[in-house]
Design a protein around this ligand. Sequence first.
Ligand code: SF4
Length: 372
Amino acid sequence: MTSSLATPAAASDLVQPTRLWTPKHVVVTASAAEQPHTAEILRRCEAAGVDDVTMLSGDRITGLRGGSDREVYARAKSTLAVVVAPPSARKPQPIPPSADWRIDLAKGCPAHCQYCYLAGSLSGPPITRVYANLDEVLAPIATHVGRGTVTSGTAERAHEGTTFEMSCYTDPLGIERVTGSLAAAIARVGAGEFGDDASIRFTTKFDDVTELATLDHGGRTRVRFSVNAADVAHRFEGGTARMPARLAALRTLARAGYPVGVTIAPIMPIPGWREQYGQLLADLADAVADVPDLDLTAEIITHRFTPASKDVLLGWYPATKLEMDEDARSAKRSKFGGVKYVYPKDVMAEMRSWFTAELDRTVPSAQLLYWT
Ligand code: SF4
């Protein structure tokens, strides 16, 4: 694996974050209280001004339910639980096409995206659980490096070594201010603790990169910013950083030597989609225009939903204007019998051909990893 050198960010590259999450409540389970990383989490919570911290006498988190659906949702979204990841949550899973393996630093996210990817995979109130047993969570990087399943087998990505995706169940940057898990992972992987061939990656809709920009990342972390058309972001991505702030954060990290990327997702054929996504790509091109040694990737994902995710999302956002009409979609069945609803073939083909051509034309430095 080749790695670009980490370049500490110049003061002029740092921009003030526009979106910082502060939980209203923090609960720490008894098992988590014994973990060394919990002290760092509590230090960060105190620095962020959290004054409601409950040390539980056991490992069961109670008090989330009660009141209206709206109240349960609001309480869960403003609560951070510090817990120990059980062995089942620490077993790396292949995660194509994004990465070789999935590693979870946390489960849950404080933002309010009306299409949230987590809706189909999380059960119960949408609380954010951060894992305090960080050493155990990161340990599979050492055991799975060299055991690539997806990316290390492709010519374009072989230089990344074995890749570990950290944003399957959370937005790790969105909670970083009060967890510190991401900085620890970046620094440890960057220092080569898990060997030269391990690299981590995550996607975010947040922009607080001040600390990350100062880390010695060793070129072993790829930070992708989830971006979208202005109307989609404005209408459906509550509690996240605005698009210009995400692109400014991408620029800051790219100038600090990080491999970076954009996850353009979820794409929707809204009225005027060509103009809106065209503007987004033009803004991206501007953001990276003068970045030296730029390493920029793009992943493009169209909107889809399942019966389970639709059900959960309509419970969380009953007044949403998000289109989830089965009749306007094509049903795609998995080999396990599940169904997801994607855009019809002709719409998919039209968007795919436009996006690949426009990305190539507007941001030729971006390497398209996949379209789905
Ligand atoms: Fe869900 Fe990602 Fe939005 Fe968080 S940022 S609410 S994980 S879609």
